[in-house]
Design a protein around this ligand. Structure first.
Ligand SMILES: NC(=O)c1ccc[n+]([C@@H]2O[C@H](COP(=O)([O-])OP(=O)(O)OC[C@H]3O[C@@H](n4cnc5c(N)ncnc54)[C@H](O)[C@@H]3O)[C@@H](O)[C@H]2O)c1
Length: 260
């Protein structure tokens, strides 16, 4: 079955750029009406102007009142919400010794409370309708540890955990919830210096596929999980990471690229 979203209403948070923008394009290309929810007003409006079937709404995902007003607006104009991709997040490079209480409040607010508010308020509408699909964008850093990324990792582990809780709580209402765990992806977050060619790929030689991921490759997984092609997938965690979470390539052992 191909991933069709014809006639569906989808919300993509953090949809103004990067992986979120690729997801907006993928869902609209599959026939969905897509609401781009982001704090980047100029980028979001420009994307909406470029993608037929999409519209931009300002939303700071860390604010529960903003979520309530946003969901009410979407329901008033579209009647229902079929899909939600909780994609918005920030990165924070700090070791545990440097993390402040304000740092933790900020990253937990956007990366963890944001998706929880989304699941809560969009989930209510989906449960009332008896159907819907939610994808939470976690990370490989929600599957393992990473030095200097403790604050970020705790939000991505938390999102992985509450995705499974939501899958259990929402499943009997016909609403599926799954998490996606991207590896390194070529966006402002994953490639802030805008490196290209060998300069970009040299940091990814430990990834079994030997390269960084592209935003459309994560978007395709979100589209699949929100479509009827994934109708029996609930509570799953899907690594879209070139095999990074399966293990890293050790050059001193046989069987890797150098042995080919
Ligand atoms: N790029 C990577 O290497 C990578 C790897 C693993 C996971 N991820 C995850 O993928 C998702 C998308 O990341 P990306 O690489 O496209 O990053 P990005 O920085 O390019 O995009 C993030 C988007 O989220 C939006 N955003 C930030 N704070 C917000 C808020 N308070 N309310 C609403 N929107 C807000 C930003 O404006 C931006 O449009 C994130 O959840 C990220 O943690 C990224």
């Amino acid at each position: 079955m191909t991933a069709s979203m014809t006639g569906r209403i989808a919300i993509i948070t953090g949809g103004a750029r990067g992986m979120g923008a690729a997801t907006v394009r993928a869902f609209a290309g599959a026939g969905a009406t897509v609401i781009i929810a982001d704090v980047l007003d100029a980028e979001g409006a420009a994307l909406a102007a470029d993608v037929p079937g999409s519209a931009f709404h300002h939303l700071d995902v860390s604010s529960e009142p903003a979520w309530e007003a946003f969901v009410a607006t979407v329901l008033a104009s579209h009647g229902r919400i079929d899909a939600l991709v909780n994609n918005a997040a920030i990165l924070m490079f700090k070791d545990i010794d440097s993390l402040t209480s304000d740092d933790l409040d900020r990253i937990l607010g956007i990366n963890l409370k944001g998706p929880i508010f989304g699941m809560k308020h969009v989930g209510r509408a989906m449960k009332a309708a008896g159907k819907g699909a939610i994808v939470n964008i976690s990370s490989v850093d929600g599957l393992r540890g990473a030095n200097g990324l403790g604050g970020y990792a705790v939000t991505k582990w938390g999102l992985r955990g509450i995705s499974k809780t939501a899958a259990i709580e929402f499943g009997h209402h016909g609403v599926r919830v799954n998490s996606i765990h991207p590896g390194g992806v070529n966006t402002v977050m994953g490639n802030p210096g805008g490196a290209t060619g060998d300069a970009l790929q040299k940091d990814y030689t430990m990834v079994p596929l030997q390269r960084i991921g592209e935003p459309h490759e994560i978007a395709a997984a979100s589209l699949f999980l929100c479509s009827d092609a994934a109708s029996y997938i609930n509570g799953a965690e899907l690594a879209v990471d070139g095999g990074w979470s399966a293990g890293v390539y050790h050059s001193m052992l046989p069987g890797g690229p150098a042995a080919r």
